[in-house]
Design a protein around this ligand. Structure first.
Ligand SMILES: Cc1ncc(COP(=O)(O)O)c(C=O)c1O
Length: 413
């Protein structure tokens, strides 16, 4: 009854098409509690969360240390008074500067990924006085006007045109494609170190380093959109760390709040921040940097260090990837490729229809996965970095059975 009522309210007050899609996927459950890698629905059924809130749950659900930090802020000062100094924000900005690559030093806090990207784009305009931006095809940077203009997916862009001016989209991973358009009028190049929504696309080795070089030569800024790759997801603090590249501006969100609070940030070097130092009220946010969110951010970064989660993500991610590769080699008619870094993994299928089928079969086995927004042929797995190997084994076993069943009917999909 509770489930039917909830779906009924979705149909009537949220979006009927969304309700239909959820039902079609076999998602007739209402989530009620969560802990670690487990989500429990209103009937008591437990699901293993392998999607991780599209990258939000690096620490899993309700990590006790983050819960405790947020509760403390709740009991003392949950939201900024906006006039006096705010200690958790100062501490978090300091900690981000310690772990961020290169000279990244100053942080401005926001509430979501798209806001972090908006801030990064505005800062690039201010710092360079230039108007042109370059982003990648198949990218995803969010859905507000600025970040949507950077997003390289027609489906999301078309209904909202005209978007912002002076954005060019180049082939992700191709230096030649970038070199053709990057010039001395370019304010910034914005890239995800690994394209997430685009289908977990890892660029060729050396690509980001070359991009950095070209940007420096042209006097353009490099914005790393680390909203999905950041905060340990790929086995390092940030995706750019794999190539030891230091961007001029970095956008963060998702896992920064430990899966407890919404928080994002754009982070910049002293050089690019100069314009905001001169005019700090050019960009503001009422909720941005509130004490609860910053306490969650600080606790999250502390837990990642204390629990050695960067190393664990590397080890568990390699284990999961190796297990998936075995399944792929047994069922090449279903799975074309598996790829990723750390706990950010994509399974590319041979056919679009296989994605929905695999997702439904996995949900029947009480395991949550989903395909990517930009690319329905790619199933995404972003489990908590804390997930033990024994649970990963259960996921692999269930996936093998689901892939085998899909293999039997792949011709008809
Ligand atoms: C790389 C990247 N940038 C930006 C965003 C937008 O974040 P949000 O949904 O918090 O606005 C996302 C969301 O998936 C993302 O993956």
């Amino acid at each position: 009854m509770y489930v039917e009522e909830t779906i009924g309210k979705y149909e009537k007050f949220v979006n009927p098409a969304l309700a239909r899609l959820f039902r079609f996927m076999g998602l007739s459950s209402v989530e009620t509690t969560a802990q670690g890698w487990t989500i429990t629905d209103s009937t008591g059924r437990q699901f293993i969360d392998c999607l991780g809130g599209y990258g939000m749950f690096c620490l899993g659900h309700r990590h006790p240390k983050v819960v405790e930090a947020v509760k403390e802020a709740l009991d003392t000062m949950p939201m900024c008074g906006e006039v006096l100094f705010n200690r958790p924000m100062a501490d978090l900005a300091e900690r981000i500067a310690e772990i961020a690559p290169g000279d990244l030093q100053y942080s401005f806090f926001v509430n979501s990924g798209t806001e972090a990207v908006e801030g990064a784009l505005k800062l690039a305009r201010l710092a360079t006085g230039r108007k042109k931006y370059i982003a990648a095809k198949n990218s995803f940077h969010g859905k507000t006007y600025g970040s949507l203009t950077a997003t390289g997916r027609e489906l999301f862009r078309k209904p909202f045109e005209p978007l912002l001016q002076s954005f060019t989209h180049v082939d992700f991973g191709s230096i030649d494609s970038l070199a053709e358009v990057l010039d001395e009028e370019t304010a910034a190049v914005i890239l995800e170190p690994i394209q997430g929504e685009g289908g977990i696309i890892v660029p060729p080795a050396g690509y980001l380093k070359e991009v950095r070089k070209l940007c420096t030569q042209a006097g353009a800024l490099l914005i790393a959109d680390e909203v999905q790759t950041g905060i340990g997801r790929t086995g390092k603090w940030f995706g750019v760390d794999h190539e030891e590249v230091a961007p001029d501006i970095m956008a963060l969100a998702k896992a920064l709040g430990g899966g407890i609070m919404p928080i994002g940030a754009f982070v910049g070097t002293p050089e690019v921040w100069q314009s905001l130092i001169e005019a700090p009220f050019l960009h503001t946010s009422t909720f941005g940097g509130n004490q609860m969110a910053c306490a969650a951010g600080l606790a999250t970064l502390k837990v990642i260090k204390e629990e050695d989660l960067l190393a664990r993500a590397t080890v568990s991610g390699s284990y999961l990837l190796a297990g998936l590769e075995e399944i792929r080699s047994d069922y090449p008619a279903v799975i074309r490729e598996v790829r990723g870094r750390g706990m950010m993994i994509g399974i590319e299928l041979t056919k679009e229809g296989a994605g929905g089928m695999l997702m439904s079969l996995m949900i029947e086995s009480s395991i949550l996965i989903a395909y990517t927004l930009n690319n329905p042929k790619v199933i995404r797995m972003e489990p908590p970095l804390t997930m033990p190997i024994a649970i990963i084994d259960r996921v692999l076993e269930a996936l093998r059975v689901a892939v085998q069943k899909t293999d039997e009917i792949i011709e008809d999909l």
